[in-house]
Design a protein around this ligand. Sequence first.
Ligand code: SF4
Ligand code: SF4
Length: 358
Amino acid sequence: MKNNRQKEPADFTPDVLGELPMTIAKYALWGGVAVLALSLLAIIFLMNVAAGDAAKAAQVATNMGMFEKGIILGPILIALGSAWLFWEEEMMVGINVIIALLVFFAPVWLPLILQNAQPETSNPGVTKGYEILAVGGQIYVGFAIAILVGDIVTRVRKRMVYGTKAALLKYGTNIKEESDRKNVFMGKCWQLPFCRKFVREKCPIYHAQRTCWRELVGCMCEEAVISAAMSDKPVSKEALLNGSAIPRNNKLTDGQKRQRCHNCVIYNEHQKHKYKLAMPLSMIFYGIVFLLFRESLGGWVSGMMTGASKKVNQITVGTVKEIGAGEYFNQFLTVAIILVAFAYTVKLIEHAIFKLKI
Ligand code: SF4
Ligand code: SF4
């Protein structure tokens, strides 16, 4: 049927604010990729020239300065553009971290390509190149970690608010939170917001002060609980108090009943509380790990770097010289490792609580 609706003036108005940031982000991302790639290529080329002709090294070192801005600006544009375009995409966080680490570890892999441009040299063109790459790498790793932390914060915040949204949809949108219930942290089923007043008043689980997911029977899964709530049949106070009025279902196994709980809005609210508890605990855990083991972790990182450098030296039969990582570098890498470990712990906790429903 033809739609005769007159167009409103608003229909002709483009969503300028909605499109503009997207367009800027696209240009920033691809512009950043181009700037970083060209600057990297130019620096590597100039380092090779300086290493091959010592007479040109000083001039090359001066010329290299113009690409320093590109090595700094490129990663910033990539990080900001990709974060805007692909926020909450796991791939985006991973790709940024990988490219940042590649730039950061240029002194490790670059000597394999430029065998005459070792990090430990007095050639000013070569040292200037490594200096520029180190600055760019550190800035990029900083931005990549900021994106990683922002991603964790967003995920945790969403999980804290919505928990398992699928469970709500399964039971329909008419499952509403009851206003008369307080949402008691890690509370029993009748202390959570989905306990309906008219059922609760006659619910044996409530009167026995038990928890439905422990009894494997409740108002969302057993008809007997609802029919008891609807009927006027009196139940003895003693039976309610000692729990013998709680209906039992012998047709299903305990495993099947647990499965029902996994898809239930009440149980999933409880899972949300577990998540809210697990998050600060894991933060405290990693905080303590950092405070107590900062020194030994730094030593381990330093040992790992020296070991890797030795290996490269052995494989290349001494062509690539061993490099020693500085104190600042080790500290920086230690923090980065702890943050990445924390990010993956968050994913593990999410999987355990919202997928496996532990
Ligand atoms: S089983 Fe349902 S009605 Fe009974 S106390 Fe628990 S949440 Fe409330
Ligand atoms: S399915 Fe829901 S209502 Fe039934 S026992 Fe499990 S959590 Fe309670």
